[in-house]
Design a protein around this ligand. Structure first.
Ligand code: UDX
Length: 460
């Protein structure tokens, strides 16, 4: 099928390449010329395992190309919108400028029968508003949220754990505006709209044929539910992490060990161990801004109390970064001025070069602000980190970064630090033997045995 993907960032570039890899003819479109040049020559503009391979294969096969010219979207059956929805500069709500611009630019090139499939994470009610504009051209708008995790984005796109398609309820005109309104709940394809809505869902089934054939759950619902599925999933994940981090805070005043606590409660299948990793908390381009945007939207809808817990989730998360800084400061009896502190990690999580709202860099910047000499290393994210925080010292080589350090903090749990760095080897390079394990990913006993003073998060 001919597809266009508008927006070639972490979401769109992967989507375009993944769709080409399953046999579609795809054009990826972005306003950023540098990004398009890189992608056109088969280069991924960011680190994502597996992406360079499917990019080059797609380009070589002729199934995949990139352009800055939106007119080249013409002729595609489905147009995916995958532009960013960052947090507004002066508030918590999502900035929809890029979504609005992408749709406006696309409108003149739509043909009756086309499908516009929104993938960006948007406040509930956005899709219904966009549908009015899109459907005036004879095209159909659906909302098809994306659940990919950075670092596993290629696999998550080709083989997702579920597919969700929201279609507009043409028969009831249940479009809920951005400023309010209630959509009629839908129980499935039959009640989700007229025949064009059903057809649109079928076209999406065809787009995702390998996953659909495999039996991946394919949920057809209304636009509002589809938009909410995405923010609800991220709100739940953020809450799970902050829950365990709240338990960390209690563990810290009682001498309990939050990692054992997480193991023990995680054996309960209703709870599960995943996303119970206590540490310096969540960051990245999604969870932090999505919970804030959700709170802002709930407020607009007059339901702020329904998600007021998300403010607490955010606050707990930010407190853990502060806690990691305190552990270091306390280890130096209240004064880190002039201390050489090495941070292992800069990315918001391993297998990514993404530093958006990275807890790792937040800790680094705070320590620098307290007068420490901060050195940061990371296998992939240094270039991005250097650009954003030029005041820090960056060293590519892990061992060079450790040399002469008075203290070491693990802030991103790359294998290079958690598995491949022996405490004996680290001690042979550093000047001091204080280690703060901001991700609870080191073998505490082994590090203590090697002479280190080990501090975990929520661990005795
Ligand atoms: C998230 C969602 O998982 C994904 O479904 C959605 O599409 C986009 O947002 P991502 O931002 O790639 O994906 O990262 P994720 O793997 O969810 O991790 C988010 C943050 O939580 C990272 O900073 C990670 O270090 C932190 N985290 C994760 C914890 O602190 N503890 C955990 O147990 C798990």
């Amino acid at each position: 099928m001919k597809l266009s993907v508008i927006g070639c960032g972490y979401l769109g570039a992967v989507h375009a390449a993944a769709m080409a890899s399953i046999g579609h003819e795809v054009v990826g479109i972005d306003v950023d010329e540098r990004k398009i040049d890189a992608l056109s020559s088969g280069e991924a503009p960011f680190f994502e395992p597996g992406l360079p391979e499917i990019l080059s294969a797609g380009i070589a096969s002729g199934n995949l190309r990139f352009t800055t010219d939106i007119a080249e979207a013409k002729g595609a059956r489905v147009h995916f919108i995958g532009v960013g929805t960052p947090q507004q500069r002066d508030g918590d709500a999502a900035d929809l400028t890029y979504v609005d611009a992408a749709v406006d630019a696309l409108l003149p090139h739509l043909t009756s029968g086309d499908i516009v499939a929104g993938k960006s994470t948007v406040p509930v009610g956005t899709a219904a508003q966009l549908a009015l504009r899109v459907e005036a051209t004879g095209a159909t708008l659906v909302w098809n949220p994306e659940f990919l995790r950075e670092g596993w984005a290629v696999q998550d796109t080709i083989d997702p754990d579920r597919l969700v398609v929201g279609v507009s309820d043409a028969s009831t005109g249940s479009a809920a505006g951005r400023s309010g309104g209630v959509s009629r709940p839908s129980t499935g394809l039959g009640s989700a709209g007229g025949s064009s809505a059903a057809d649109a869902a079928d076209v999406l089934r065809e787009v995702y044929h390998p996953a659909v054939t495999k039996g991946t759950p394919f949920i057809v619902t209304d636009l509002a539910t589809a938009e909410l599925v995405k923010v609800a999933a991220n709100a739940f994940l953020a809450t799970k992490i902050s829950f365990i981090n709240a338990m960390s805070e209690i563990a810290e005043v009682t001498g309990a060990d939050v990692t054992q606590l997480a193991d023990a409660i995680g054996h309960d299948a209703r709870i599960g161990r995943r996303f119970l990793g206590a540490g310096i908390g969540f960051g990245g381009g999604c969870l932090p801004k999505d919970i804030r945007a959700f709170s802002a939207r709930a407020e607009e809808l007059g339901r702020s109390e329904s998600v007021s817990f998300l403010r607490e989730v955010d606050a707990i998360n930010l407190r853990r970064r502060e806690r990691a800084v305190h552990l270091v400061v306390d280890a130096f009896e209240g004064n880190v001025v002039g201390k050489n502190i090495t941070l292992l990690g800069a990315a918001f999580k391993p297998h990514s070069d993404d530093i958006r709202d990275s807890p790792a860099l937040d800790v680094a910047v705070r320590l620098k602000g307290l007068g420490a000499e901060v050195t940061v290393t990371d296998p992939e994210a240094l270039e991005n980190a250097r650009r954003q925080h030029p005041q820090l010292n960056y060293v590519d080589d892990r061992d060079e970064a450790l040399r002469g350090a008075d203290a070491v903090i693990v802030v991103t749990e790359w294998d290079e630090y958690r598995r491949e760095l022996s405490p004996e080897h680290a001690a042979s390079l550093t000047a001091g033997t204080i280690v703060v394990d901001g991700r609870n990913c080191l073998d505490a006993a082994a590090w203590r045995e090697a002479g280190w003073t080990y501090y975990g998060m929520g661990r005795p």
